[in-house]
Design a protein around this ligand. Structure first.
Ligand code: DAH
Length: 339
């Protein structure tokens, strides 16, 4: 019986050593230590032993059982550890690998210039207001003193949505909405998209951007206009930039001017960008026409004001030396990534 016990034990240990996983270990435990297991079976045979032999044999079997239990527990623990180590190894991250490049978004150059403009004008006390892109004839033309027979009202120049509804051709419409809603003193800029039925080429697009400016108060003169625009030009183009007013005509201002700045490309000497003149036109402006003030319920005897409309696209192309306005609207990432 003793020999049989030894044989079972040796067999169990060998099998345990060869066990590959938890399931196999559990099967061994049942096979040897379970209720119907081999060691239990030996205990059951002890009835045939003499009373002196029985306790000795019983002790031996119990020892063998305990030994086997310990070995099983140790092996289980070892396998668990090995499995964990393997898992950690499999999940190791190689931090020396170069990182994947993340495609970060950037501001569109038009937005960068617009943000600068907003900073400049708000620092001079202007508020930023918004106006609708779909406008009525009333706000886009009528109140701005643009007569019925003005060519801008032609279908060829303006996108009409219905008889009196159009895509605004100028941010000047925001002047009227502002004056209807605010009492002087007024100091606002209104940036936004404008639309004209223009053929697309290197300098024209049916959609472009303007920034409208409006100041209305008592005693506002052309000097105020010049001061504000000079300050703006110096901030955008640098202190050496000269500003030139040329007489012009807009139905909603009197007198009206077009404003040039020294060409940022050649510094005024004359080059391809300024077509040899040394100057670049950047905006239209003037003193708000008394009819416009009157149409908004502001007494032109008491108040005066100036207004200006800046082309944001031109400002952006000259600042970044962009040769074709279409690049601003095509959203080609290879182009946009350069800013
Ligand atoms: N609205 C004009 C345009 O689109 C620009 C302009 C000129 C705006 C004179 C003004 C202004 O406010 O006073 O060409």
């Amino acid at each position: 019986m003793k020999t049989q016990l030894e044989a079972i034990k040796t067999q169990a240990i060998t099998e345990l050593e060869n066990a590959q996983n938890g399931t196999e270990i559990e099967a061994l435990r049942v096979k040897y230590l379970g209720k119907k297991g081999e060691l239990t079976a030996i205990l059951k045979q002890m009835g045939g032993l003499s009373p002196e032999e029985r306790p000795i044999m019983g002790q031996l079997v119990n020892q063998a059982k305990a030994e086997l239990e310990t070995l099983i527990a140790e092996k289980t623990e070892l396998m668990k550890k090995a499995a964990l180590e393997q898992k950690l190894k499999d999940e190791t991250i190689d931090i020396t690998l170069p990182a994947k490049e993340i495609n970060k978004g950037k501001l569109h150059p038009l937005n960068t210039v617009l943000d600068d403009m907003i900073d400049i004008f708000t620092s001079m006390g202007f508020d930023v207001v918004d106006g609708p892109e779909v406008e009525t004839d009333h706000y886009n033309f009528e109140c701005l003193n643009v007569p019925q027979d003005h060519p801008a009202r032609d279908m060829q120049d303006t996108f009409y949505l219905a008889e009196n509804l159009l895509l605004r051709t100028q941010t000047s419409a925001a002047q009227i909405r502002t004056m209807e809603n605010r009492k002087p003193p007024i100091r606002v800029i209104c940036p936004g998209r404008v639309f004209r039925a223009d053929e697309v080429d290197a300098t024209h697009s049916p959609v472009f951007h303007q920034i409208e400016g409006l100041v209305v108060d008592k005693g506002i003169t052309m000097c105020d206009l010049k001061g504000v625009l000079e300050e703006f030009a110096h901030e955008i183009y640098g202190k050496d930039t000269a500003v030139k007013f040329r007489p012009s005509f807009f139905p909603f201002t009197e007198p009206s001017v077009e404003v040039d700045v020294t060409c940022s490309e050649c510094g005024g000497k004359g080059c391809r960008v300024c077509k040899g003149s040394g100057w670049i036109e950047i905006l239209g402006a003037g003193m708000v026409h008394p009819n416009v003030l009157r149409s908004c319920g502001i007494d032109p005897e008491e108040y005066s004001g100036f207004a200006f409309g800046i082309g944001l696209d031109r400002l952006t192309t000259t600042r970044y030396k962009i040769s074709d306005i279409r690049l601003l609207f095509e959203n080609d990432k290879r182009f946009l990534e350069q800013f």
